[in-house]
Design a protein around this ligand. Structure first.
Ligand SMILES: Cc1cc2nc3c(=O)[nH]c(=O)nc-3n(C[C@H](O)[C@H](O)[C@H](O)COP(=O)(O)OP(=O)(O)OC[C@H]3O[C@@H](n4cnc5c(N)ncnc54)[C@H](O)[C@@H]3O)c2cc1C
Length: 407
């Protein structure tokens, strides 16, 4: 069989890759989307996202993947001192919600929509290498079920292969990347079958159990997604950091114990995955614009919340638009215009927040408008740059006050 040539090959069918492939295919480009695992597959993720995501998903209806809508967050410090924060407190102008989804369902729905848009979707196919071949790019890939690799060529490659992918290194981009780490479990659970008082409209965030991070419980249809993340940046390999891994496991178990949910440690499947958090603007495409990185492969995780789904989807759409418009070298600038100011401000706020989490809990999280503001920040409706100076001023003066009291 001859080598098949595409306009665009997209590596990785997470939210970034699928939306990139869908956008390009809808515009009539010849697109292939290669995904390592057969779909549907488990993806290590909390699966919580602001509903503004819908704006970037074309015709994919929320009913295809949204399992629940969260309207309030129960915040705790060391599993106590609970504060119930409403996303839509009285007097707010427009209702907002956080969507709860399972990534296995969402990613498969996206891949199906991508195939329907005309892309060739190949799951269970590992991209092994990416090389330049004159003015083309050559991908060598291998189906999981076969030993026989095959070759495909393209004018452009979109690297959407996540935190552990190969495209960033092959493109000689993101050489100094830094990552954080998050972990989750799926605890089987049906609302109403236990004494737990909180329903599916409540998500839970815990700030005192993990140094430099937070833990969460996100309610799903048939389970609770219980997880924790540490947001201090490390050089790879972060998965081998036993101290962090132990902290994250302890925080997750902390929830089970605080809620008196029965468990057998050896039966729990902990899933951990690096979080390639934004650490500042850097080139996200090769100089000639043939290879573009999107989503986690581009390090587009918000350094304050650790969320990445919305930014993955946005970057996928923007990358494809740059190709459609024949202007691939505009890509990094477009991404930087979209997120750099917001994420840079989020990074400086995160440094303070996670260094003094108890103070931040008391002053920021428990503020009557705290949950609403956090949701607006998450949705990009409010910029971190708009609140950074005032918030840092407040936190610093509270810090000085508590030092003075201590002395
Ligand atoms: C524990 C945890 C919880 C999180 N919770 C949230 C949350 O609640 N909300 C939120 O917004 N974000 C969350 N995130 C972050 C979010 O999961 C990522 O930002 C998001 O998945 C990025 O999407 P992506 O498409 O860029 O990459 P991914 O979703 O990682 O997709 C990359 C795809 O590429 C495939 N791939 C990799 N290598 C190859 C290869 N060689 N060949 C072919 N395919 C390949 C992978 O199999 C994968 O399907 C969480 C992350 C973690 C670790």
């Amino acid at each position: 069989m001859g080598v098949v040539h595409y306009d665009v090959i997209v590596c990785g069918a997470g939210p970034a890759g699928a939306t990139a492939a869908m956008t390009a295919a809808q515009a009539g480009l010849r697109v292939a989307l290669f995904e390592k695992y057969p779909l549907p597959r488990h993806k290590t993720c909390g699966g919580g996202t602001p509903m503004v995501l819908q704006r970037w998903l074309y015709h994919l209806a929320p009913e295809a993947f949204v399992e629940g809508e969260v309207s309030q967050i129960r915040h705790t410090w060391k599993f106590g001192d609970a504060h119930l924060g409403h996303i839509n407190p009285p007097g707010c102008d427009r209702p907002l919600t956080l969507w709860m989804m399972q990534r296995s369902v969402f990613d498969q729905a996206l891949a199906q929509a991508t195939a329907a848009a005309g892309a060739t979707v190949c799951d269970g196919v590992v991209v092994q290498s990416l090389e330049r071949l004159g003015d083309r790019l050559r991908i060598t890939a291998r189906p999981l079920k076969s030993r026989q690799p095959f070759v495909a060529t393209a004018d452009y490659v979109i690297g959407a292969d996540g935190a552990n992918g190969i495209t960033a290194a092959a493109a000689n981009l993101r050489r100094y990347r830094r990552v954080a780490l998050a972990m989750e479990i799926e605890y089987p659970f049906e609302a109403g079958t236990t004494a737990l008082e909180w329903g599916p409209e409540t998500a839970h965030l815990e700030y005192g159990a993990v140094p430099q991070g937070y833990a969460w419980v996100f309610p799903k249809k048939d389970h609770l997604n219980i997880g924790a993340g540490v947001f201090c940046l490390r050089r790879q390999p972060v998965l081998g950091d036993r101290t962090i891994v132990a902290q994250l496991r302890r925080a997750i178990i902390g929830y089970l114990e605080a809620w008196q949910l029965p468990y057998q440690l050896d039966q729990i499947q902990f899933h951990a995955h690096p979080l390639p958090i934004w650490a500042g603007a850097e080139p996200l495409h090769t100089p000639e614009g043939r290879i573009l990185l999107v989503g986690d492969a581009a390090g587009l995780i918000n350094p304050f919340f650790g969320d990445g789904i919305l930014h993955a989807v946005k970057s996928g759409v923007i990358a494809a638009q740059c190709l459609i418009q024949g202007n691939p070298t505009a890509y990094s600038d477009r991404i930087h215009q979209e997120v750099a100011t917001h994420f840079d401000a989020a990074l400086s706020l995160a440094k303070f927040f996670y260094q003094y989490p108890h103070l931040a809990f008391k002053i920021g999280v428990k503020h009557p408008k705290g949950t609403r503001i956090a949701t607006q920040l998450l949705a990009g409706e409010l910029g971190f740059e708009a609140i950074r100076a005032k918030t840092l001023r407040k936190l610093r003066s509270a810090l000085i006050g508590s030092w003075l009291q201590g002395n």
